[in-house]
Design a protein around this ligand. Structure first.
Ligand code: UD2
Length: 304
């Protein structure tokens, strides 16, 4: 009897290990030169899978405008200089780009020299006393910006974290209807380890049996219409949670993950497009294009 129990335990451990290895193997789908596809046949953009000149020339013929929103509230204005200067070097170079900078401290927005056909629109907003609200409020502000008609002239819209910096090209390969980025800390983790919201009472709830990828909240994008649907839906879900005094595990990032589970992105950006300066570059990451910079949370956040 004792022997049987030990055998069952060994078989179970063996089964779990095999399953974990299989999950990790199927999650790391990095290939060289070949286009990676999600199970719903959306491409995952990795270095070496596209021709930058060719893809830019296709979109240049269409004379597109790319809008980008960035939020710098409270002390996060300190990140704007590096963010904007590096964006000028790498983000849609040669395209018409409109930056919408949301801030409660317009006087702290640096005067960065912009290239031709690139402009910055300052959006002054009210301050907030909690960092969670500044992060959460982005969906509502994005929804309102699109409703206001201000971005009507844009074909595509991205919303990016400000505590970041561009280190490499970010061009037309990132365009599509609905764009999400695979989180740098979870691209090789099995789905059950993703930090999705696991409490059923939250609108962001995802059960352990579901999930495709873990998407970072630092990057979202797509056509203005699709970004509007995303922002509106996430804002509605956030409002329902707020009415029940629930804040999802990773604020709007949790709701974004729920949205993408049922509204699959048409293109995924690899973690090259949202790395973390804290994280050493492994072999499978050929280039870091955009990355979260190191920050002292106690210094930049009004509350911790
Ligand atoms: C993660 C996500 C972030 C967001 C957050 C959950 C990544 C790399 N980052 O980062 O996108 O989903 O978790 O809430 O996936 N902000 C201000 N002022 C503040 C606080 C925040 O302007 O005082 C804005 C700013 O644009 C910032 C963003 O909100 O980039 C997200 O806040 P964060 O970077 O502090 O969040 P973090 O590092 O936990």
């Amino acid at each position: 009897m004792k022997l049987n129990v030990t055998l069952i335990q060994r078989v179970s451990v063996g089964f779990i290990l095999t399953w974990l290895i299989y999950q990790i193997y199927t999650t790391i789908t990095r290939t060289d030169g070949q286009v990676d596809l999600t199970p719903w046949l959306a491409p995952i953009v990795w270095e070496g899978t596209f021709n930058p000149k060719l893809i830019d020339s296709i979109y240049k013929q269409q004379n597109i405008t790319v809008a980008m929103t960035v939020f710098a509230l409270g002390k996060y204005t300190v990140f704007l200089q590096d963010f904007l200067e590096s964006a000028e070097q790498h983000f849609f170079v040669g395209f018409r780009v409109h930056y919408y900078v949301f801030t409660d401290h317009p006087e702290k927005v640096p005067d960065v020299k912009l290239g031709g056909e690139r402009k910055l629109i300052l959006m002054t907003v009210n301050s907030s006393s909690r960092w969670q609200e500044m992060s959460l409020g982005r969906m509502k502000r994005l929804e309102m910006l699109i409703e206001s008609g201000l971005v009507n002239d844009a074909d595509y819209l991205f919303s990016l974290d400000v505590d970041t910096k561009f280190y490499g090209r970010w061009g037309a390969e990132t365009l599509g209807d609905l764009i999400g980025v695979i989180h740098a800390w979870y691209y090789s983790s099995p789905c059950v380890l993703f930090p999705y919201e696991r409490r059923p009472e939250s609108q962001a709830f995802i059960p352990y049996s579901e999930g495709d990828y873990y998407y970072g909240g630092a990057v979202l994008g797509g056509s203005v219409k699709c970004v509007y649907q995303l922002a509106k839906s996430c804002r509605e879900q956030l409002d329902i949670d707020a009415a029940k005094s629930i804040e999802a595990a990773w604020q709007e990032e949790s709701h974004l993950n729920k949205y993408f589970l049922y509204n699959k992105p048409s293109k995924l950006l690899s973690p090259e497009y949202s790395w973390d300066d804290q994280k050493t570059k492994p072999r499978e990451i050929k280039i870091i294009r955009f990355s979260q910079v190191l920050k002292n949370y106690a210094e930049v956040r009004p509350n911790t």
